[in-house]
Design a binder for this molecule. Structure first.
Ligand code: UN1
Length: 538
């Protein structure tokens, strides 16, 4: 069952699935950007997609596509469940060595990884732009998130602390220990092919775990490049590089990972439908899951806010990454008295958005990652019209001109009612549904009245609105912003959401605790045996 559903957000490029690479077929992307691929150790063909200390791959050969023109970029020899099995064994061996390293020493290794990523920031950011399709500054930005979280983890390596708790018994000490769980399985999505692995990897490592990574099938090249960089850093410290294993492949590999007891923690980023199944499987074996699932994020614009600020924020929140962030704003909830003014400004801003090749300067909106996403865009807009909503700007797939071979669509705004069916779930495309409200209570209710609970934001200059918004009757999301977009979170905070978003928290704050087993230790140094609760036993 999971095997089938695992595909949903990390879609294999179905139309071209497993197509063999005919000699002359494309590869112009590779030739054009040869220096990027060479800098990262990637070839046109025969890129091995499994790393467990050695590079290998016994699964099907899968091409990676450039979403700008749907040409093959390069081919990857993917992994199988057999490869996964060996990877788990190799990681477990390596983790025995790693877990014994004093935590600040682990920090030194993370610093080497950080420096290696800094050196490779440009080519890796470019590879993300080429394979995922996001614009270059955003590609570089997500490598920066990995760099940032490694710095954060380096800091943690001197600060991981447990509590010392007063014991009720004389001559007793009570304290908490935080030790590694073992292996963290990471299933990541296409839209952040570096950063989400990075958050999990950095925190898993500093807490003494090893990792096995199953990336989205459509971003294998990025995962190979990242794994190479990390492996080299481990080798420089004479540590087994198998500590951070990689198994590219399809949903069979993902399903096997979810079911495997050796994935003590299973961190899954993807759709709610898949995550619901993954969560059940991991719970069924009493593993620990960290679920980062669908969002349906809203941004509220009050009548007392700075509308210029709001306009700029909404543009990034709704159009950035071509609407393919889990934190993208999907619903714009506007106080009715400022609706027309705001929409006019947004229309002007939307008209200036350049859609095009994510590597071209000035382009703000790249292609959708796959052809399937273009279908999702069309379906969502069809449903808007069917349910009585209207398209107020955009709404077309770009089928003519120089972009016609890619997965390009116009960034779109609609006018809807909050209760419409199409607004209840996110479509992972640049469609912003706009609606109005009268009172703050109504706006908060609209924000909360969906099944998902990832990110939310309000634009206001009124302190009582701010405190209501972040308080017990405010936003029910995991991310609750004021005067900033719903997307673009910093790594220092805990990242994740409530309700059908899955409840997991990754990245900063005390998320590290999820990667640990917690020990409550009571140590008797009294030489007598007083029992707790004053019990006298015989
Ligand atoms: C995601 O889309 O899965 O907050 C992660 C943001 C980024 C991470 C998004 N820092 O938009």
């Amino acid at each position: 069952m999971i095997t089938q559903i695992l595909r949903s957000r990390s879609l294999i490029h179905a139309a071209n699935k497993l197509a063999p690479l005919s000699s002359a077929r494309c590869l112009s992307t590779f030739d054009k950007h040869r220096s990027v691929f060479e800098a990262l150790g990637l070839d046109k063909t025969n890129n091995k997609g499994v790393f467990d200390g050695d590079w290998k791959g016994s699964g099907p050969v899968v091409p990676s596509y450039n979403p700008v023109n749907n040409e093959v970029i390069a081919e990857v020899i993917t992994g199988t469940t057999g490869d996964l099995n060996v990877a788990f064994e190799k990681v477990a061996e390596a983790q025995k060595i790693w877990r014994e390293l004093p935590v600040p020493k682990r920090g030194h290794v993370l610093l080497t990884m950080r420096n290696a990523l800094v050196e490779n920031l440009q080519p890796l950011g470019k590879l993300v732009a080429l394979e995922m399709g996001k614009i270059l500054p955003e590609g570089i930005g997500e490598v920066q998130e990995y760099i940032d979280i490694l710095e954060y983890a380096l800091g943690l390596s001197r600060m991981l602390q447990g509590s010392v708790i007063p014991s009720e018994r004389p001559g007793h000490a009570m304290l908490e220990t935080w030790n590694p769980l073992g292996t963290v399985g990471i299933i990541s999505a296409f839209n952040f092919p570096v950063a989400v692995y990075g958050w999990n990897c950095a925190i898993a490592l500093v807490t003494g775990n090893g990792t096995v990574w199953k990336p989205a099938p459509t971003t294998s090249l990025v995962s190979i490049a990242v794994t190479r960089i990390i492996a080299k850093a481990l080798k420089e410290h004479d540590l087994p590089p198998s500590l951070c294993a990689l198994v590219t492949g399809g949903s069979d590999v993902g399903s096997a990972m979810a079911a495997d007891k050796r994935a003590h923690v299973l961190s899954f980023t993807g759709s709610t439908n898949v995550g619901r199944e993954v969560g059940k499987v991991v719970q069924g074996r009493f593993g620990r899951s960290i679920l980062e699932l669908g969002g349906n994020n809203a941004l509220i614009v009050t009548d007392d806010c700075d509308l210029d600020l709001a306009t700029r924020a909404i543009l990034f929140a709704a159009v950035g990454t071509a609407g393919q962030r889990c934190t993208t704003t999907r619903r714009l909830i506007v106080q009715e008295s400022v609706y027309d003014t705001l929409i006019e400004r947004l229309k002007k801003a939307y008209q200036q958005v350049k859609v095009g090749d994510p590597l071209d300067q000035g382009v703000l909106c790249g292609p959708l990652h796959t052809k399937e996403a273009v279908e999702i865009y069309k379906t969502a807009l069809h449903r808007v019209k069917q349910e009585g909503g209207e398209i107020i700007i955009g709404g077309k797939v770009i089928e003519d001109g120089p972009l016609k071979h890619g997965n390009f669509v116009e960034p779109t705004m609609t006018r809807v009612r909050p209760d419409m069916e199409v607004v209840q779930n996110e479509s992972f495309v640049p469609i912003l549904h706009t609606m109005t409200y009268k009172t703050l209570d109504e706006a908060i209710a609209i924000n909360n009245n969906v099944a998902q609970g990832l990110s939310s934001s309000i634009f206001t200059s009124n302190p009582s609105t701010i405190f209501k918004w972040i308080g017990p009757s405010g936003s029910d999301c995991g991310i609750i912003n004021v005067n900033i977009p719903t997307n673009g979170a910093e790594i220092g905070g805990a990242f994740g959401g409530e309700k059908e978003t899955g409840g997991g928290r990754e990245s900063g704050s005390d998320s590290w605790k999820q990667y640990c087993r917690r020990g409550t230790c009571t140590i008797n140094y009294s030489g007598t045996l007083p029992l707790a609760q004053g019990i006298n036993f015989g």
